[in-house]
Design a protein around this ligand. Structure first.
Ligand code: IPE
Ligand code: IPE
Ligand code: MG
Length: 253
C-alpha cells in the first residue's frame, strides 16, 4: 500500500470501497421477492462504476458477496451467483471500452468452476486497460484475507525463505488483497447498517466511513455526489496533529 497522505479539502478519493446493502429490503418495500432487489442493484453497480471512473477515482472496490453470505438460503446464493455470471458476461466488454481493469478478489476456489472460468476471462479481457481499477469482492472476507496472508508468510518461513523476525506490518500488508493499490480513502455503506461486516478489515485502518440509509438500488449519482462532498470535508490526520492548529493548542502554552 502506498504512503498515506493528508487529503486536501475537496480532494477526490483515490480508492472508494462500497458495501452495496439493502437490496432485499428494497424489494420487500415493493412486495417483491429478494431477487428483484438484487437485479435492481446491478443497475446501481453500473451507475457507480461510471460515476467513479468519470470522477478520476483510481480504484473502486465493491462488496458483492461475503464469506458469510454463503449461509443464505441455497436458492438466494445460486440466484446471486448466476446474476454475477450474467453481469460479468454483459459488462466485461463495456468495461474494456471504458478503459476499466477488472479484478475479482476473494476465496475464488469456493465459486463454481464455470464462474471461476468466467471471472478469469473477464479479467483477461480488461487486463491491459489503464483507467480505473474495478475490484469485485466475491466470496471475500477480511478475516479470510488476513488469514490467507498469514499462511503465505508461514509457508515462506517453513521453506526457509524468511525468518519469523522479518514479519512486520509491511510484509504482512504485502500479502493482503489489493496491496498494490492505495488503501481505500472513502468507504460507503448503503442500507442504513453501521458496520463493516467483515469487509476490508486490514485495508480500512484509516478509511473515512460514510453510512447512508439509502438502499443500494436507490443509490444514484446525487447520492454518490453527496458521499464525495462529505469525503472532501474530512480532515485526515492519520494519528498526527491537525495541519491547521486551533488557537491555544500550540506549544503547550
Ligand atoms: C446486499 O443486499 C446484497 C448482498 C449481500 C449480496 P442484501 O441482500 O443484504 O439486502 P438486505 O440487507 O437484506 O436488505
Ligand atoms: C454485507 O452485507 C455483504 C455485502 C453487501 C456483499 P450483509 O447484508 O451480508 O451484511 P450484514 O449481514 O447485514 O452484516
Ligand atoms: Mg444486507
Amino acid at each position: 500500500m502506498t504512503t498515506e497522505q493528508t487529503a486536501s479539502p475537496h480532494a477526490v478519493p483515490r480508492h472508494v470501497a462500497v458495501i452495496m446493502d439493502g437490496n432485499g429490503r428494497w424489494a420487500a418495500e415493493r412486495g417483491k421477492p429478494r431477487h428483484h432487489g438484487h437485479r435492481a442493484g446491478a443497475e446501481s453497480v453500473r451507475r457507480t462504476v461510471e460515476y467513479c471512473a468519470r470522477s478520476g477515482v483510481e480504484a473502486l472496490t465493491l462488496f458483492a458477496f461475503s464469506s458469510e453470505n454463503w449461509q443464505r438460503p441455497a436458492a438466494e446464493v445460486s440466484m446471486l451467483m448466476s446474476l454475477f455470471m450474467r453481469v460479468l458476461d454483459r459488462e466485461a466488454e463495456r468495461l474494456q471500452r471504458n478503459g476499466i481493469r477488472l479484478n475479482i478478489v476473494g476465496d475464488r476456489g469456493r465459486l463454481s468452476e464455470r464462474l471461476q472460468a468466467r471471472c478469469a476471462s473477464a479479467e483477461a479481457l480488461t487486463a491491459d486497460e489503464t483507467g480505473m481499477q474495478l475490484n469485485i469482492a466475491a466470496s471475500y472476507g477480511g478475516r479470510w484475507d488476513i488469514a490467507t496472508a498469514a499462511r503465505r508468510l508461514a509457508e515462506q518461513v517453513a521453506a526457509g525463505e524468511r525468518s519469523p523476525a522479518s514479519i512486520d506490518v509491511d510484509s504482512l500488508g504485502d500479502e493482503i488483497c489489493l496491496h498494490a493499490l492505495p488503501a481505500p480513502d472513502l468507504f460507503i455503506r448503503t442500507g442504513g447498517e453501521q458496520r463493516i461486516s467483515n469487509f476490508l478489515l486490514w485495508q480500512m485502518a484509516y478509511t473515512e466511513l460514510y453510512f447512508t440509509p439509502v438502499l443500494w438500488p436507490d443509490f444514484d449519482d446525487d447520492e454518490m455526489a453527496r458521499a464525495m462532498d462529505w469525503f472532501g470535508a474530512r480532515e485526515r490526520r492519520f494519528g498526527r496533529v491537525s495541519a491547521s492548529p486551533v488557537s491555544g493548542d500550540a506549544d503547550g502554552a
